[in-house]
Design a protein around this ligand. Sequence first.
Ligand code: SF4
Ligand code: SF4
Length: 473
Amino acid sequence: MYNPKSKKAEEFIDNQEVLETLDYAEKNKNNLELIDKILEKAELGKGLTHREASVLLACENEEKNKKIYELAQKIKEDYYGNRIVLFAPLYLSNYCVNGCVYCPYHAKNTHIPRKKMTQEEIKEEVIALQDMGHKRLAIETGEDPVNNPIEYVLESLKTIYSIHHKNGAIRRANVNIAATTVENYRKLKEAGIGTYILFQETYDKVRYENLHPTGPKHNYAYHTEAMDRAMTGGIDDVGLGVLFGLSTYKYEFAALLMHAQHLEAVFGVGPHTISVPRIKKADDIDPSTFENGIDDDTFAKIVACIRIAVPYTGMIISTRESKQCRERVLKLGISQISGGSKTSVGGYAHPEDESEEDTAQFDVSDRRTLDEVIKWLMELGYVPSFCTACYREGRVGDRFMEICKDQQIHNFCHPNAIMTLKEYLEDYASDETKKVGEALIEKELQTLQNKKVECIVEENLEKIENGERDFRF
Ligand code: SF4
Ligand code: SF4
């Protein structure tokens, strides 16, 4: 029985409810009256239920689809303005005991080199990332209680936060590790992590069990209930995601929103972020063997419908996607992207070393440097942001959502984006990028509505030019 408040995975992601939702959406995909009603509700910017959003996703009417894209764009602008937050993944270890059939780190892959970084190697990686300009990381490891125990992750976090190379600092480390116990989530919280991210991969239980034939990850309920344990352990911000291509996208979409509603119903706060990866080629993985792959148009529609359904949840896209694809979905709802990423263990400090590349989790489509990504974003009219202020100011969990739902977050995000961009321009940008950035900052200053804030930002920009760092609202 579907029950969003239940703590049991099979009840808050009730298979029957997902199937009935898909049936409802299919029957109503050309019901223009209903679609108009849903769009009217969506315009209020308070989100939609999984059923309503599924009707929009299924909608085949060209005119209504145009409205869906326009509305997604408007909500994106209302909540996130023209800012895009930047981050980079950092792979600590690719040892893994699981058997996920879509990932080259699966335990049976015997020819991929296995690597676990020492603290000294992590230090080198973090320095390389800081020298690129990154301030926000997503820490990744495979699941392996012997090689990657929680103590290793905690020690690595300490190392990561302790390094201050030149003007560099990692100010927020999000963590993407396997589902674990409440006690371990508590330890991660104490270690000062930002968001705890865990991709569901697929919500379809039968598919899930087939795609995870061996290892602890085989347990669907334990994996699906991980966010409940994380929040019980005190983690305020959690990040959901599915790997599109493993099951039908309509199923994943409805279930993903049911998961978000479950967190809201139980903890009073929905997911902080949603990631939208698509299955990609990697070492011994051929994406064409998965029959549920989605094309770019479908991908764009999914992004637009998620944006409309959960306006205050950040949406993340990685360098798995090409420049063209990223450009298209930035408009429709993406608020965070990675840049200059390496998906191998040790790939930042030693990019020239081919054996590092062999340890990659997936092929990167967007191989541009961070500087190129920053310049590209600015030329498209976006303000690249390295802001990490909320987490450091305690604006997390329900406190964050409250500010977000009131659309007050702009007052923090925009000045912070300008100041952190200025830091980037001063410390890391090429001359050309700096020129584009300085002009953009001039323009963006005019858009600050509060005169007092504008004065403070102008003062701080001057201080940044004179070598001071780390200003925030
Ligand atoms: Fe291991 Fe994660 Fe890859 Fe599965 S997806 S094999 S758990 S690293
Ligand atoms: Fe994110 Fe908060 Fe910074 Fe806005 S002010 S960009 S929500 S950390």
